[in-house]
Write a protein that binds this ligand. Structure first.
Ligand SMILES: Cc1cc2nc3c(=O)[nH]c(=O)nc-3n(C[C@H](O)[C@H](O)[C@H](O)COP(=O)(O)O)c2cc1C
Length: 203
């Protein structure tokens, strides 16, 4: 089967793209609006870009009525927090994805605790195992979306998730949620190790 995206409408292309790039991590982005109202929403067009300096990005598509609140807020304040969604937070994350009016506080609606961040003006999700405080580096228009690139200036990590012997987060304890397509998600419960080949490996 061959598919030429040039022959398809936007919804069909969206379906192909989000079921090709799987599973995706979820950036649970918390911000304040210009009046100090907290906002929280999930974005799975999300990636790490580089570690020097630590830089991540998420993309915000428009809604029928215009800009999403998250984009309005990162444009206005230049700061945000990306919280990592684990299995325990899945339902609350889903609740925060409703296309609510800007005056709706998704923290209150989903019974989550908003805690002030340490270095940026944005709330973080106390229940999340990892939160990354970010300063906006750039907001790039890409097609119909906007890609927000942010530098991580501070990490909040739940103590049990950090493995001091490896300096990494323990995937068995973190239990990150993956987004698939439509309403499907994946639990990361089967983890295996695979060492990289030596440069002189020839088969
Ligand atoms: C798991 C998940 C991932 C999502 N990923 C994106 C995304 O990458 N880009 C986007 O524009 N919307 C995404 N959405 C939809 C937004 O979360 C939704 O439009 C939300 O209402 C935006 O909230 P806001 O207006 O407060 O920013 C996602 C929803 C879910 C449930």
């Amino acid at each position: 089967m061959q598919i030429d995206p040039g022959t398809l409408d936007q919804t069909s292309i969206y379906k192909l793209l989000i079921s090709s790039v799987v599973p995706r991590p979820i950036a649970w982005v918390s911000t304040y609006d210009a009046a100090g109202m907290p906002n929280l929403a999930p974005f799975s067009y999300f990636m790490a870009i580089t570690d020097q300096p630590p830089t991540i990005a998420f993309s915000c598509s428009p809604r029928a009525s215009g800009k999403k609140d998250t984009l309005t807020n990162v444009e206005a304040l230049g700061q945000f927090v990306v919280n990592i969604v684990d299995d325990d937070c899945a339902e609350q994350m889903n609740l925060t994805s409703g296309e609510y009016l800007p005056e709706v506080d998704e923290f209150a609606l989903s019974k989550l605790t908003a805690v002030p961040a340490t270095k940026v003006t944005a709330p973080r999700v106390a229940e999340a195992p990892i939160s990354m405080e970010c300063n906006v580096v750039k907001i790039l228009p890409v097609g119909r979306a906007h890609l927000t690139i942010g530098e991580v200036v501070h990490w909040h990590v739940r103590d049990d998730v950090y493995d001091p012997t490896t300096g990494r987060f323990d995937m068995h304890r973190l239990k990150p949620l993956g987004r698939l397509t439509g309403n499907l998600y994946s639990h990361i419960h089967q983890i295996f190790e695979m060492k990289r080949p030596n440069p002189d490996y020839r088969g």
